[in-house]
Write a protein that binds this ligand. Structure first.
Ligand SMILES: NC(=O)c1ccc[n+]([C@@H]2O[C@H](COP(=O)([O-])OP(=O)(O)OC[C@H]3O[C@@H](n4cnc5c(N)ncnc54)[C@H](OP(=O)(O)O)[C@@H]3O)[C@@H](O)[C@H]2O)c1
Length: 267
């Protein structure tokens, strides 16, 4: 698809990957409804882009009413939505037993319920127009459950399942569904403990700009599922076929995750 003049609703726009996505989309001449909870960062981002093509929507995706408001506000400003790009997300890195229940709920609300509700609210007008693109930013952990990322993995598995189901349901409707799964990226999403584990275990971490480029390429080419990084993309396939093999291969990493998530790595 050609993005020039297209109305893109982008969540998590002020974030590490989101701000790079906004910049690339703006350079392609898209009209942007930029959504984030961080008002200051969102305004700074909008000021760095072509202002007349930006609609700033400050909203909390953990609130279902605000998910409805986002789609209404986007429609009111630029009319029909051509692309809904769900990039907002949060992460917890902790043993599941030690993760406070309210954090689990909040993570699932932002990473899974919010994209589902945004899609739900955006779909009727996309179906009426017979066109639209939904892009869900997942994660390698949406295909490989990783120790101490239980809530995050669950949310991304859910997002991948939703993407697959919708793609099948919407076949022939003119609406395309893309699921892009980055591996680790150097952004503020990851707490210092993840960076420390990454350094100690040799984990690959990509630059947000490179990841954003791949997401835009996937959107423009109307791809289906895109897994970023090698060998992560291969492990995704092996895990689907031979999960016990991956259980064994990940034993050491699981131990590191348990240590780094509790800060006991030097003990
Ligand atoms: N970074 C990685 O390693 C990595 C790897 C694989 C996949 N991903 C996925 O890529 C996507 C983008 O991640 P990122 O690395 O760009 O993260 P990020 O830099 O933390 O950006 C996320 C953005 O979402 C915003 N946000 C958080 N809670 C919100 C809420 N309740 N309502 C509205 N906005 C909210 C954040 O605002 P605040 O900063 O104010 O909280 C931030 O601006 C996520 O879906 C993530 O799961 C990231």
């Amino acid at each position: 698809m050609n993005l020039a003049g297209k109305h893109v609703v982008l969540t998590g726009a002020a974030g590490g990957i989101g701000s790079q996505l906004a910049t690339l989309l703006s350079a392609r001449g898209a009209q942007l409804s930029l959504v984030d909870i961080n008002r200051d960062a969102l305004n700074t981002l909008a000021q760095s882009l072509t202002m007349e093509r930006c609609n700033v929507i400050v909203a909390d995706l953990a609130n279902p009413d605000e998910c409805r408001y986002i789609i209404e506000a986007a429609h009111q400003h630029f009319g029909g939505i051509d692309v809904l790009l769900n990039s907002a997300g949060i992460l917890t890195f902790n043993s599941f037993a030690a993760t406070p229940p309210e954090q689990i709920e909040k993570l699932l609300a932002i990473n899974l319920t919010a994209p589902a509700l945004l899609i739900h609210h955006a779909l009727p007008s996309m179906l009426q127009r017979g066109s639209g693109n939904i892009v869900n930013v997942g994660s390698t952990f949406g295909s490989i459950g990783f120790a101490c990322f239980g809530a995050y993995s669950a949310s991304k598995y859910g997002l991948r399942g939703l993407s697959e189901a919708l793609r099948r349901e919407l076949d022939g409707s003119g609406i395309n569904v893309v699921y892009v799964a980055p591996r680790a990226v150097k952004t503020a999403l990851n707490p210092q403990s993840v960076y420390a584990m990454g350094k100690a275990t040799g984990m690959h971490m990509d630059e947000p700009e490179a990841v954003a480029r791949r997401i835009i390429e996937a959107l423009e080419a109307e791809r289906r599922d895109v897994y970023l990084g090698w060998p992560e993309a291969l492990f995704v396939r092996i895990n689907a076929l031979l999960p016990r093999l991956v259980d064994r291969a990940l034993k050491k990493q699981s131990r590191s995750a348990r240590q780094f998530s509790t800060g006991s790595e030097s003990a």
